[in-house]
Design a protein around this ligand. Structure first.
Ligand code: PXP
Length: 257
């Protein structure tokens, strides 16, 4: 049996900062959460510095850059302010996401095809500075092809819609959306992109996504920070790692039969 390719797990710590900001002050500290995530086997730390600073702050990004040992993935909108911050800190990776002030979370993927010229200088400057640029997109062939044309080395596929369908109990529609994500992953990998996925994933929804062999990384946050209330962050991350590994091993075994 061929050994399944390792699937990296990036832990998004934004919502530790959400809880901190509910009271102001310093607790709980998202940088401490990043250290716990590293100990629990996270392969990277993800943080979204939003325009309105509703969770992660500028100081959090500065501290994460200095203090963590695993790669930092900075999620950012394509604005001059965020570009300046990214260029000042030079995180390992920058994931460009669409951002709307009134949304509760990132609602959809970037329309790379429609914003090609606007995105071009961001991809170019971040890449030239040495950061690995990722574009957060819907699992859609036209968006993948636009990402390739733009010269982005990485895309992250939005799994939010799949998770909503799965959690609503619509198994058939969820399976359809998971198949769309699998097809987009295969198309992306075939065109030379490194393909990641994330948004809304839970213990119950991660399996079919982790089973997609072309995916190189998942980024997961909100659910795990919630689970941490009940089991602790380290246990929650270890369990997610386990569920991902089992799903991937099972899919690899099924392929070789
Ligand atoms: N990937 C991207 C690009 C995101 O914007 C988010 C949410 O900040 C995530 C992954 C993680 O999503 P969740 O917190 O729902 O697990």
């Amino acid at each position: 049996m061929t050994k399944p390719r390792y699937l990296r797990l990036g832990i998004n710590i934004d919502h530790v900062a959400t809880i901190r900001n509910a009271r102001g002050g310093r607790f709980p500290d998202p940088v401490r959460a990043a250290h716990v995530a590293e100990q629990a086997g996270a392969d990277g730390i993800t943080a979204h510095l939003r325009e309105d600073r509703r969770h992660i702050s500028d100081d959090d990004i500065a501290r994460l850059t200095r203090e963590i040992s695993k790669p930092l993935n900075l999620e950012m909108a394509a604005t001059q302010e965020m570009l300046d911050i990214a260029l000042a800190h030079l995180p390992h990776a920058c994931c460009i996401v669409p951002e709307k002030r009134e949304e509760r979370t990132t609602e959809g993927g970037l329309d790379v095809a429609a914003n090609f010229e606007r995105l071009q200088p961001f991809v170019r400057q971040l890449s030239q500075a040495g950061s690995r640029v990722s574009l957060f997109i819907e699992p859609d062939t036209a968006q993948l092809d636009a990402a390739v044309a733009l010269g982005a080395p990485v895309v992250e596929l939005h799994t939010g819609h799949y998770c909503e369908l799965a959690l609503a109990g619509d198994a058939q529609a969820a399976a359809c959306e998971a198949a769309r994500i699998a097809a987009a992953s295969a198309h992306g990998a075939a065109t030379g992109l490194e393909v990641h996925a994330g948004h809304g994933l839970t213990f119950d929804t991660v399996g079919p996504i982790a089973a997609i062999s072309e995916l190189a990384e998942l980024n997961i946050g909100h659910f795990l920070i919630g689970e941490a209330i009940f089991t602790g962050l380290e246990a929650a991350i270890r369990k997610m790692r386990n569920v991902m590994d089992r799903a991937r091993a099972k899919a690899a075994a099924a392929e070789t039969v």
